[in-house]
Design a protein around this ligand. Sequence first.
Ligand code: BGC
Length: 811
Amino acid sequence: MRFGHFDDARREYVIDTPRTPLPWINYLGSEDFFSLVSNTGGGYSFYRDARLRRLTRYRYNNSPLDMDGHRIYINDGGTIWNPGWQPAKTELDRYTCRHGLGYTILQGEKNGIAAAQELFVPRGDACEIDRLTLENKTAAPRTLDVFSYVEFCLWDAMDDSSNFQRNFSTGEVEVVESAIYHKTEYRERRDHYAVFWANTPVTSFDTSRDAFCGVYGGPAAPEAVKAGHCSNSIAHGWAPVGAHHFHLTLAPGEKKSIIFGLGYIENPVGEKFSAPGIINKARAEAMMARYATDAQVDAARRALADYWQELLSGWQLTSGEEKLDRMVSLWNQYQCMVTFNMSRSASYYESGIGRGMGFRDSCQDLLGFVHMIPSRARERILDIAATQFEDGSTYHQYQPLTKKGNSDVGSGFNDDPLWLIACTAAYLRETGDWSILDEPVAFDNDVTRAQSLMEHLRRSFRYTHTHLGPHGLPLIGRADWNDCLNLNCFSEHPGESFQITGPSEGPVAESVFIAGMFVKYGREYAELCDHLHLTEEAASARTAIDAVEQATLTAGWDGAWFRRAYDAFGAPVGSRECDEGQIFIEPQGMCVMAGIGRETGQAEAALKSVEERLDTPYGVVLLQPAYTTYRLNLGEISSYPPGYKENAGIFCHNNPWISCAETVLGHGDRAFAVYKKTCPAYIEDISEIHRTEPYVYSQMVAGRDAPTFGEAKNSWLTGTAAWTFVNVSQYILGIQPTLDGLRVDPCIPHTLAGYTVTRRYRGAVYHIRVENPHAVQKGVQSVTVNGAPIAGTLLPLAKAGESVEVSVILG
Ligand code: BGC
């Protein structure tokens, strides 16, 4: 069942009912100011950091769900409604929500009044613009009371939701005409305030939640909205809010717009006040003046559309498979931008106060983003690398505002260092910008200990190389990619964090997954050494890699698949010797992607085992059989009920690894079949089962052991976005950036007759036409570039600004 449809021409997903199975959200903003907005107008806003600079409140886990947001109320002679249905939930005569690229439009109609609420974050400004357009579609004049409403967060969202003995007393506001200023803590250390304004004179306003909602009221039926006017309240402590009220009349057929804005303003310390205690509003006034008219707002919307048009024009697909085209050309890349910006910080499942930027997460997010804005990827790599320690290990997370490593969680996740090689190598393949390797980068954020980025990569490689266990496989530390496989933790007491309990290092527990990574990314590291003429270093790196590869093929092999790990007692995990958890997905994907066992037939066998044991109609589950009891030696993974999360859920992030691995063996049909199972556009029809947004990936889908098999959770912020884009663009469609230029080497379903790709690469634009006249899955028969045949599949590098015509015949 569907709850909407893709509007490909407008690049929107159009939702036809507010009663989606879960709130279906969109992200506004792509630089500093961000808002989350749901299909019923729920959500919140923040500047850069969802924890430390939160502008508006959002109550997760609320019942009813999704009550806090960017609200507009219309009181039409006692009938109170919202253009997006929530929170009043008055039945609308018409409703649509259009989620587009960086904007959302909520359209509601009731008793002949149409209201459109258009929300977006303009390029280059730290604010959200909400334009409300009202239309009287009847033949009689209509008088309405219209209200806006946001509830301010007292900046630090963690403190805001816990330290009530303080923060019930700190709230402060100022009001000047239609501008409501939220200035809590500005009197002392803060140099920033929020402004919620309207471009139209207000009839009345409120800034106290108790006054607007009523102490025992709430956003569903605020007292002020019921009364038809606000009370010009000034908040002193408690809960500061912003609410505007307009008493207006619309002539028959008349349309009227009101432009609202929610802005973040930072003042230099010396310019904080215009008079004692009075905030300096000059910057806010300038911001308001930029969006005072419809023409200005239209221009800002156009600039946003142009920006996305330009960004996406660098990777466009036409294949005749409309679902594939819309995912590759649009939604998958859009989600990659969001994961690049957010990491795992703020979504409807990530509260913004839990995790900042994940080290491994951000490195992987970059893989799907680097082609869009390489300069931002460069900056990110340097930020991430600065949270590495001198021994090559890394902080597991860092805060986006401070860019400092998070010492609560610390380090010890032994896959982290290798992801730095993965993302740097991807950046180099995309850009050819070797200067990045010479950049001085701090260790542990201490610039006095800066070394070149290349030295950071060297330490990453060395860290793994010098942390091998009894079988010659890499030690796992606290965990590897699978945060929940905690082999050195042994947590017996509720409330202990699996992430920090137990030693971060153990001399015995080893990871076959990290072994696969070491072979794959170690080889990429060795290629960088080759390029820099570090011949001896490259050779000794390859010797170390070969040894780990051998260990993987022997100690890491279980007979028909790769083992997952060895626990702290040296017992295998992910082996037929185990009573449960006999086979895991991760090492099969990573080891085969690394090419391990390709010659020996082990890779083939491993993928066969995946298909036989882990595959389901909704995707490939993480392990089988699911753990039915808690295992002290395994940790969090066995804390989940069977079928959920890492305990045999369909963890979407590693499904593309299997698809990539299938292409390594030339299995285009199977690779595409795996791709489609979790691909949002392909499963739109089962939205009532899947429940999350049908335009983006979710982190997890309940596995076949779960009572809710097929139900997704944790949409948006997942490494699935980047890995799927890498899979479909490079492994399946075969447009592969290399250190020496673009290679075209597809591995596609035999039924795909051909496709064209427009790919911007190092400043040139390649128009690539692939034809598959013999219905093969893999193999390139011929390549011509600008009409002339070339040998092999590596395209000669074009100069920036050039346009190149490429024709590829498979066979
Ligand atoms: C984390 C990833 C991790 C994955 C598997 C996600 O929630 O963000 O870093 O690899 O779970 O445990």
